[in-house]
Structures are given as C-alpha cells and as structure tokens.
Design a protein around this ligand. Structure first.
Ligand code: CA
Length: 229
C-alpha cells in the first residue's frame, strides 16, 4: 500500500530534502510551500498524513493544523508538526491543538521515517493491515474486495469506500454530511440523499446474508454501522 504524504514547508532546501527522503522511503509525496497551497492540495487529493512546518508565511502551520482538526473531513488526518524551536511549551501547544507528533529540526531522516510509520500505524493505517474483518465480513483494501463468508459482495467503488469507513469506525453515529465528507470528499458537491441511496443499496446487499441490521438508521441524525445488537 502506497501512503500519501503532504509536506508543507516554506524553505525550498528543506522541502526538497524531505521529498527525497520520503520518496526513498517509499511514500508518495506531494509538497506545498504554504498553508493556502496545502489546502488546495488537500481538496484535490486526501493524503494519509501531513508533515507540517510550524513557521510558515501567512497562516502558520500550527494555526492551519488547529483549523483542520476542527473539520470533520480532516480531524482524523494525522499531522506531524516540524519546528526549529525545541521549547517544551511549543511541544505541548502543538500536541494540544491535536497534532499527532512533533519533531524538532534538525532531525535524522531515519527518525523522521520511523515517526511517520509509527503515526500511520497508530491511526490505523498499518501498511500490513490490508484486510479488515468484522464478524464474518472481510474487506480487502488491497484487492478492493468485500466478502461475507467466502461470498464476494457486488458493491460499487463508492459503496466499498462507505463500507471501509463503517468498518474502521464502527458503533458510532455519523450524519449524512459527515459521511459525505469522509467518503466522497469535500471537493465534490453531492446531495445528502445520495448517501441514503447508497445506504439502501448496501442494506439490500447485506440483507441477502441476513445482515441488513448492521447498517442502522439513527432517526434525526444519520447512520451507524454495528454488528452488536
Ligand atoms: Ca518555515
């Protein structure tokens, strides 16, 4: 599985160095020189992790991270803050706004890659975990296959992503807007009832196996996936 990293760093030399290091470590790397450009990158393609310089011209890295962590679409996107300042107070502030890790420049490329892998693992993006199993349902993110027992389910790519989201976020209620943000992404405009259409189709497919109650309607709020009764 190829992980996408978005590097946000205004100093050309450091940005270039980070790109080389991360590409050599096997990551798919995109880079931006400031928060505005990084925001555009995000809207085009969702990365698996952001490596974010604290001091940026315009909106600072820490301020942008704080904003992202407040938005449903991005709150679970891991962020590692980079800073030239090593004060404990900064570290605390960085972690308080929701950054997943914090690194002080200069750091070794090896340590950076190790920290990135650790954060990806913690956020459930384990490179080895291509299969997610709940009950007798298995979702294979590598082969894009969803099955119950050994029966392959006939789901569309959107329904596959919706199931992937549900399986990795079980037992919690999500509104239609939250599901649109998480599964369809923010850059596309889609009506909320599209969610209902896909949910209905998923239920019908699950119903063939007697599992239609795994996708539950929470009246007035949205939907929940749960194999518990
Ligand atoms: Ca900087």
């Amino acid at each position: 599985m190829l992980f996408k990293i978005l590097v946000v760093e205004d100093e050309d030399a450091i940005r270039g160095m980070l790109m080389v290091v991360l590409q050599q470590a096997g990551f798919d790397v995109k880079a931006a020189a400031d928060a505005e450009k990084a925001q555009k990158c995000l809207e085009q393609e969702m990365p698996d992790l952001i490596l974010l310089d604290w001091m940026l011209p315009g909106i600072s890295g820490v301020e942008w991270a704080r904003r992202l962590k407040k938005e449903t679409a991005y709150m679970e996107l891991p962020i590692i803050l980079l800073t030239a300042r090593g004060e404990e107070e900064d570290k605390v502030r960085g972690l308080e706004i929701g950054a997943d890790d914090y690194m002080t420049k200069p750091f070794s490329p090896k340590e950076l890659v190790a920290r990135i892998r650790a954060v990806l693992r913690r956020s459930g993006k384990n490179a080895d975990a291509v299969q997610i199993a709940v009950g007798d349902m298995v979702l294979d993110t590598d082969q894009h296959k969803l099955s119950i027992g050994n029966q392959l389910l006939d789901v569309s790519p959107t329904e596959f992503r919706l199931m992937q989201f549900f399986l990795t976020h079980p037992d919690k209620v999500y509104s239609r807007t939250q599901l649109l943000d998480q599964v369809w992404g923010r850059s596309v405009y889609i009506e909320e009832r599209t969610v209902d259409v896909h949910i209905r189709r998923l239920r019908k497919i699950l119903g063939e196996y007697g599992r239609e109650d795994w996708v539950q309607t929470v009246r007035g709020f949205g939907y929940r996936f749960s194999v518990l009764n």
